[in-house]
Design a protein around this ligand. Structure first.
Ligand code: GTP
Ligand code: MG
Length: 333
C-alpha cells in the first residue's frame, strides 16, 4: 500500500444563511409586524484523529473538503436549517498547517481528538430581531457571514516511542520483525524498506508495550535529500528515544558519525534525544567492537536478530530510556 505522509487540501466552511424580511399576514391581525426568520449557521470543517488510519492516502486524490451552507431564514419567524459539518478522519500524528502562512493549526496526538479547522459562518438575523419599541416595522435583515476558507498542508509524523535508524542493510527491518509482530520486507540489498514501518514491542513488565518505527534509507547527504532519508527524517521528530543500528565492519565509528551528522543537519534537537547504539549481526563477528562506544560513554549493546542474542536486554534498555522521557515534539515541519 502506498504510504502518503504529506498532502494539500482546500477546505471551505459553509456560509451562513441570510436573515429575511417578512411580515406576519394573518386574518384579523392587521399590521402584524415583522416575521422574518434568521438564517442557519454554515457547517464547519472538522478533522478527527483515527487510530485506524495509517497514512494520508485517502487525501491523495481528494483535493477539497467543503461543509454545507446554512439555509436562508423563512417567513413566520422560522430559522433556516443549519448546514451540515464536513467531518473527515486523519491518522494520529497528523499536523495541519495553513499553506499560505505555515501556521500550525492543529496537532493530532490522540484517537478521537477533533478540531474545527474552518468555522462555519453565522446565519444573519431576520427582521424580527430588529423590532423595538421605536421601530415597529424594520424592513431590513442581515446577510449570513461567509464560512472560513483555507488551503491546508497535512503532514503526518508517525507517533512512535523509539526510532530505529541506521544505514541501509544494517538489519533494522529484521530486528523489527523479530521483536514485534510487524512483517516488513527484508533483503540483502540496500533500500529494501521504502516506507517507515511501525511495530509494537512488549515491554519488560506485563501489560506494557512501546512502539518502534523503522525509518528507512538514511545515508550520507540524507538531510539534503539524497536517498530516501530526507523524506522520512521528519518521522523521527516525534520519537522519544533513538535506537541506532550499526552492522559490523572496520569503519563502524565513521558510519556512526555520518548518521549523527545527518540528524544534526536535519534538526539538532534529534541529537539531544537519548540514544542506544545496537551493534547488529553479532552472530557473524570475530571480535567485539563495543568498546569504541563504551570508551566515549555512549550506551551500546551487541545484538543478533538471527540468534536472538541480547534482544531481551535491548527491550529492557530501551524501556529504561523511555521511562526517563516524556513525549517530545520537535517543531520543524
Ligand atoms: N547474520 C545476520 N544477518 C542479519 C541479521 N539481521 C539482518 N541480517 C541480514 O541483513 C540483511 C539486511 O537486513 P534488513 O533487515 O533488510 O536491513 P535494513 O536495515 O532494514 O535495510 P534497508 O531496508 O535496506 O534499509 C538481510 O539479508 C538480513 O537477513 C543478523 O542478526 N544476523
Ligand atoms: Mg529495511
Amino acid at each position: 500500500m502506498k504510504f502518503v505522509d504529506q498532502v494539500k487540501l482546500h477546505t471551505k466552511a459553509g456560509d451562513g444563511g441570510n436573515g429575511i424580511v417578512s411580515w406576519r399576514r394573518e386574518k384579523f391581525v392587521p399590521m402584524g409586524g415583522p416575521a422574518g426568520g434568521d438564517g442557519g449557521d454554515g457547517g464547519s470543517v472538522i478533522l478527527e484523529a483515527d487510530e485506524g488510519m495509517g497514512s494520508l492516502l485517502d487525501y491523495h486524490y481528494k483535493f477539497k473538503l467543503e461543509a454545507k451552507n446554512g439555509q436562508n431564514g423563512r417567513s413566520k419567524n422560522q430559522y433556516g436549517a443549519i448546514g451540515a459539518d464536513a467531518v473527515a478522519k486523519v491518522p494520529i500524528g497528523t499536523q495541519i498547517f495553513d499553506a499560505n502562512t505555515n501556521e500550525l493549526l492543529a496537532d493530532f496526538t490522540e484517537h478521537g481528538q477533533r478540531e474545527i479547522i474552518c468555522k462555519g459562518g453565522s446565519g444573519g438575523f431576520g427582521n424580527t430581531r430588529f423590532k423595538s419599541s421605536t421601530r415597529q416595522a424594520p424592513d431590513f435583515a442581515k446577510p449570513g457571514l461567509p464560512g472560513e476558507e483555507r488551503d491546508l498542508v497535512l503532514s503526518l509524523k508517525l507517533m512512535a516511542d523509539v526510532g530505529l535508524l541506521g544505514f541501509p542493510n544494517a538489519g533494522k527491518s529484521t530486528l523489527l520483525s523479530v521483536v514485534s509482530a510487524a512483517k516488513p520486507k527484508i533483503a540483502d540489498y540496500p533500500f529494501t524498506t521504502l516506507t517507515p514501518q511501525l511495530g509494537v514491542v512488549k515491554g519488560p513488565e506485563e501489560h506494557t508495550s512501546f512502539i518502534i518505527a523503522d525509518i528507512p534509507g538514511l545515508i550520507e547527504g540524507a538531510s539534503e535529500g539524497i536517498g530516501l532519508g530526507f523524506k522520512f527524517l521528519k518521522h523521527l521528530e516525534r520519537v522519544r528515544v533513538l535506537c541506532h543500528l550499526i552492522e559490523p565492519g572496520d569503519d563502524i565509528w565513521e558510519r556512526y558519525q555520518t548518521i549523527r551528522k545527518e540528524l544534526e543537519n536535519f534538526n539538532p534537537d534529534l541529537c539531544k534525544l537519548p540514544e542506544l547504539v545496537a551493534l547488529s549481526k553479532n552472530d557473524i563477528i570475530q571480535e567485539s567492537q563495543k568498546t569504541i562506544f563504551e570508551d566515549k560513554n555512549i550506551p551500546v549493546i551487541e545484538i543478533s536478530a538471527a540468534t536472538n542474542h541480547n534482544l531481551d536486554m535491548l527491550r529492557i534498555k530501551l524501556w529504561q530510556l523511555l521511562a526517563g522521557m516524556t513525549r517530545k515534539t520537535c517543531d520543524q515541519s
